[in-house]
Design a protein around this ligand. Structure first.
Ligand code: SF4
Ligand code: SF4
Length: 195
């Protein structure tokens, strides 16, 4: 006779995700029907072994090893999965929560590559693609992708938008928020951990 051991709390990981500070109140993970629409449109799933449907299955089945799985770091937060999910679920958000759990467990070196985005907020007051990634973008998407970058002010003007370069006063104000909220300290801490 085979004995099946039941877990004390078979929904622990799922509940931890839902209770997480980052979780939206309408995160529809319980409604995931495992249809795979998210995976079928996910650009990361096309190029890597990351699979949002599989990630969600592991959360629903309380497989805590998903937090340590290297593949969760291949999502690049495009939210395409969210736009097609028939249940209104957000695999991208679940992914971000799992990453935060991995960081809380000490996997801090994984976020080093994100620190240049933080520097952009600190130096310019807005998020933008860091210069150090331009060469990779051209390699992956061709040199045309830089045309938008070069012509950004004209494109914004055609769309009736102002400059994305903030005035100095606004940058100073944002700097103060980033300092007082601990954001700058956290970015520096991540950089130190990777030296
Ligand atoms: S998250 Fe949505 S799209 Fe993805 S498997 Fe679940 S129900 Fe389907
Ligand atoms: S946000 Fe992540 S999981 Fe969703 S489609 Fe984009 S790369 Fe895939």
């Amino acid at each position: 006779m085979r004995t099946i051991k039941l877990k004390k709390d078979p929904l622990k990981l799922l509940n931890d995700v839902l209770k997480h500070l980052k979780a939206s109140p309408d995160l529809g993970i319980f409604k995931c029907v495992q249809c795979g629409m998210c995976s079928s449109v996910c650009p990361a799933a096309k190029r890597t072994d990351y699979d949002p449907r599989e990630m969600l299955r592991r959360v629903l089945q309380d497989d805590e090893t998903v937090v340590e799985d290297e593949s969760i770091w291949y999502c690049f937060s495009c939210y395409t999965c969210n736009s097609v999910c028939p249940s209104g679920n957000n695999a991208c958000e679940v992914n971000q929560i799992l990453r935060q759990m991995a960081i809380d467990k000490g996997d801090i070196q994984k976020i080093e590559s994100f620190t240049p985005y933080g520097d952009s907020f600190i130096n310019k007051g807005v998020g933008s693609i860091p210069d150090k990634y331009y060469d990779d973008m051209v390699k992956d998407a061709g040199s045309n992708c830089m045309d938008i970058k070069r012509d950004i002010q004209n494109i914004r003007s055609d769309l009736g938008l102002g400059s994305y370069i903030l005035p100095d006063d606004s940058i100073k104000e944002i700097d103060s928020i980033l300092k007082n909220s601990g954001f700058i300290g956290r970015i520096e801490m991540v950089k130190r951990c990777n030296k």
